[in-house]
Design a protein around this ligand. Structure first.
Ligand code: SAM
Ligand code: SF4
Length: 467
């Protein structure tokens, strides 16, 4: 299903959002519980229902919200958590986003665009840690070959092979492109294309994007239409929380989701919810205009889990280890680990004067994995869906009836076992092997036999064993 590319963000209807928020304020507990019951059917929620949940403050109802989100997360994702690392290739940028250290007028930042050889080194470090997925990130200005720089970088990343290690999926977070550039990006073999609107509120958008191409709200908000038109069917949307009222933002996110579903038959593959973090040379980043408290942050994660149950939710190392742990239970399905936000940051461990923002979680990959496994979650490096062509609508067709679990559970365990054998510390290996044994024991007979067979292949030296 395709449609003509839209060039205006009229599908974000601010008046409708305001109306829904006003109406929601008067709703009673009975209505809230009806919405929880609907959410448990795993069919998602509409914008008015999201508005009602966003106005819940009664502790008892909040507890029920969190429990419902836990159950929905469990039903669809089980105990899996997919891991990735961001790879910052360049901090050159011609835009002036007041919250970001990479903005053009920031003179405190050292500028750097990695060469292909430097990108290769970074990837070698990540592969040697055990990573299989990276998220390529860059500012909106490329060295002299233009956007070809990003395409070359993707080819470089995929070309790295170290022992049993390699990057099997490159996701990309760069500025929005034309349809023809998106086609070239698709041709480079990317997984998800990510683009955050930052804020869907036009007035706020204008006041924080004060220079460069990113000033154009419509070009950005219609970016995913062009990506999908170009054949990229896994797209990741997001909001930078702290710029405007989070309630408004999650309703607008719903409008964006529904618009993509209307136009292309499938919504976003992932949603990201970064909160503003301190950044060199940005006063706004240290004092967000509309900060989101930890309680509201948990609430918004839980509400999104109920609203779009089949959409992956990504939590980055911007958040502290504690908040990350809490939100795993509420709906997060992918996390970054061991991250650096400065180009060259993996090789040159301690230099942060080129970084985009401060991290909340500084632990290395092995420590994060041990922690996650200790909590009972299965760290997954699986990239099967994308490599077997299960993307976009095909993915959703499998995901919606719940069939995807039959692939994900064994694939998570085999890729976790690969990690433990090839990269895990002794301590992590002990915790991990114990978890794998418990998870296999919980399976029914047929799935257990199938999974045991796959795990035995990995133990015998097989890699990339997937179904
Ligand atoms: N330059 C491209 C763009 O702006 O879309 C892509 C890369 S940009 C570095 C990736 C994301 O970083 C932005 O979309 C924004 O949400 C996030 N970001 C920027 N400054 C931040 C800050 N101070 N704290 C947390 N996230 C931030
Ligand atoms: Fe540049 Fe992106 Fe940072 Fe804005 S958010 S200054 S476009 S890197």
């Amino acid at each position: 299903m395709t449609t003509a590319v839209v060039d205006e963000g009229t599908f974000i209807d601010e008046a409708a959002i305001d109306k829904a928020l006003q109406a929601a304020a008067t709703k009673d507990a009975g209505r809230v519980r009806e919405i929880f019951a609907k959410a448990r059917e795993l069919k998602g929620l509409d914008m008015d229902e999201v508005a009602v949940l966003s106005s819940v403050s009664d502790p008892e109802l909040l507890g029920e919200l969190f429990n419902t989100a836990r159950d929905v997360k469990d039903a669809i994702y089980g105990a899996r958590l997919v891991l990735f690392a961001p790879l910052y290739i360049s901090n050159l940028c011609t835009n002036d986003c007041l919250y970001c250290a990479f903005r053009v007028r920031n003179k405190e930042l050292k500028r750097r665009a990695l060469t292909q050889a430097e990108i290769r080194h970074e990837v070698e470090v990540l592969v040697d840690q055990g990573h299989k997925r990276v998220l390529l990130v860059a500012g909106e200005s490329y060295p002299k070959q233009g956007f070809g720089y990003v395409l070359d970088a993707i080819a470089t990343i995929y070309s790295v092979k170290r022992g049993n290690g390699e990057i099997r999926r490159v996701n990309v977070n760069v500025a929005p492109l034309s349809v023809s550039d998106f086609k070239a990006l698709k041709g480079s073999g990317i997984g998800t294309f990510q683009l955050f609107q930052e804020t869907y509120h036009r007035g706020t958008y204008a006041s924080v994007h004060v220079g460069g191409k990113k000033k154009d709200y419509d070009w950005r908000v219609t970016g995913m239409h062009r990506a999908m038109e170009a054949g990229i069917d896994d797209v990741g949307i997001g909001v930078l929380f702290g710029l405007f009222d989070w309630r408004f933002e999650i309703l607008a996110l719903m409008q964006h989701v529904r618009e993509l579903e209307r136009a292309y038959g499938v919504g976003p593959h992932t949603i990201s919810m970064p909160r503003l973090e301190p950044a060199i040379g940005s006063d706004m980043a240290s004092e967000p205009p509309q900060p989101v408290s930890d309680v509201d942050f948990r609430k918004l994660v839980a509400i999104l889990r109920l609203a779009v149950p089949y959409t992956g939710m990504i939590m980055s190392t911007r958040e502290t280890a504690n908040i990350r742990r809490e939100t795993f239970a509420l709906g997060v399905s992918q996390i970054s680990a061991g991250s650096r936000t400065n180009p060259g940051g993996y090789e040159e461990n301690e230099k942060f004067d080129t970084a985009q923002f401060q991290l909340g979680d500084h632990r290395g990959l092995d420590e994060v994995i041990r922690d996650v496994a200790d909590l009972g979650y299965v760290p997954s490096f699986c990239t099967a869906c994308y490599r077997l062509g299960r993307t976009g609508m095909d993915f959703m067709d499998l995901a919606k009836p719940g069939d995807i679990k039959h692939h994900c559970d064994p694939n998570a365990l085999t890729t976790f076992l690969e990690y433990l054998i090839d990269y895990g510390s002794e301590e992590t290996r002990a915790v991990g092997n114990d978890l794998i044994a418990r998870k296999v024991a919980e399976m029914d007979d047929v799935r257990r036999a199938h999974t045991e067979k796959m795990l035995d292949q990995v133990r015998a030296g097989g890699r990339d064993v997937l179904c």
